[in-house]
Ligand binder design. Structure first.
Ligand SMILES: NC(=O)c1ccc[n+]([C@@H]2O[C@H](COP(=O)([O-])OP(=O)(O)OC[C@H]3O[C@@H](n4cnc5c(N)ncnc54)[C@H](O)[C@@H]3O)[C@@H](O)[C@H]2O)c1
Length: 356
């Protein structure tokens, strides 16, 4: 059995905890959460209660000593110290995105993760809807790819389901909507475009007034295959769920979706419109939660299962997906966008950062 420890027992730590518990209960993985740690002990205790026999550790090193794999779910600025502790004891690591608040620190985290089996929480890489869009764009069936528009909006995540305020603190978050949230989106855009952008041009603003925390960002990404735009917004409409809309323009089809997990995708061609639905993994029906919960949970359960399966099959040689190579390119694109914004929107080539 793979012994898992969760460090950081807040919002996403709780989601991962639930996904891991469900996978275990359904017999889909031979793994269990046996340890938790959080600077806030009550949070670690609350999470441990959902895993029979799990031990709350007051110190990250003692947790690492008691597990085979560490789920790093602290706020972004603490990822480095937790990853360092895990890698010092050669443990496998699932590390949340962004890797770190700054590109320099992200490189440090990536170099450490590169030494052990690891996976990064860019979970949209496991979303069937984007796999379908990327396949569609790459296939050429609808003609050449022309452009992609990506709109991502959510309420400023220091309220509502986000029971924490660190996202308004540049020291702990590193940036606002672009780094903290839309690092997922630039990664998906790169996936759909099938290549890295050659340059980006960006503009950001901090309307809510938190220094260094942009809540409006627009990015133009120039790919070898197409042009793409990203609009990323943190607003104050607390009744509205976190939403992504993606439109992929090919010569002979316009494909759009308003859902970042399963779709549907509307494909409009000269002859009419087709609706495509992306399916979740077949094992989702074996989870013992209602379907309405099981499907969204799969967005986190699927990457966890993939990583645990890789660890079970390959041990120390396991490679999770996405790994730091993927994550570092996403960091590089975000960094280039910030550099462009500082330069008044001037195009900034992507690729100045070194590969880990
Ligand atoms: N992949 C995704 O879809 C996704 C979604 C949400 C958040 N995230 C990422 O997950 C991370 C956590 O976000 P969150 O929303 O869960 O935040 P949160 O504030 O809800 O939880 C973070 C927890 O980390 C704890 N913590 C901070 N430093 C610590 C340390 N050094 N040791 C132990 N515990 C520590 C805090 O006490 C807190 O309980 C962030 O990096 C965020 O970007 C990813």
């Amino acid at each position: 059995m793979i012994r898992v420890g969760i460090v950081g027992c807040g919002h996403i730590g709780t989601v991962h905890s639930f996904a891991l518990a469900q996978l275990r209960k359904a017999g889909l993985v031979d793994a269990a959460v046996v340890a938790t740690h959080d600077d806030s002990r009550p949070r670690a205790e609350a999470l441990a209660r959902h895993h029979p026999g799990a031990v709350v550790h007051d110190d990250v090193r003692s947790l690492v000593g008691a597990v085979d794999a560490v789920w790093v779910c602290t706020w972004t600025a603490a990822h480095l110290e937790v990853v360092r502790a895990a890698v010092a004891q050669r443990r496998a690591v699932f590390c949340e995105k962004p890797l770190a608040p700054t590109a320099a620190q992200a490189r440090e985290v990536a170099a450490l993760l590169g030494e052990v089996p690891h996976q990064v929480g860019l979970v949209l890489r496991h979303a069937p809807v984007f796999a379908r869009l990327a396949e569609l764009a790459a296939s050429g069936r609808e003609g050449r790819l022309l452009a992609v528009t990506f709109r991502d909006d959510q309420y400023f995540p220091i309220q509502g389901i986000y029971g924490s305020t660190w996202r308004k603190d540049v020291g702990r978050a590193g940036g606002g909507t672009l780094l903290e949230h839309s690092i997922h989106d630039v990664d998906v855009l790169r996936w759909i475009a099938g290549a890295d952008p050659e340059w980006v041009s960006a503009s950001v603003r901090a309307v809510a007034g938190y220094a260094g925390i942009e809540d409006v960002a627009t990015v133009l990404l120039h790919f070898p295959s197409c042009e793409a735009t990203l609009t990323s917004v943190w607003h104050q409409v607390t009744s509205r769920p976190s939403t992504r809309r993606v439109e992929v323009f090919c010569e002979h089809a316009v494909c759009s979706t308003d859902d970042d997990h399963l779709g549907p995708i509307e494909v409009q061609r000269a002859g009419g419109t087709e609706t495509l639905v992306a399916d979740p993994p077949e094992w989702v029906s074996r989870l013992s939660v209602p379907e309405v919960l099981a499907k969204p949970l799969a967005l986190y359960a699927e990457p966890a299962k993939a990583f645990l399966d890789a660890l079970a099959d390959h041990g120390e040689a396991a490679r999770g997906w996405p790994d730091v190579t993927v994550a570092m390119v996403a960091h590089e694109i975000v960094e280039a966008a910030y550099a462009s914004a500082r330069a008044g929107g001037a195009p900034v080539p992507v690729g100045a950062l070194e590969e880990p």
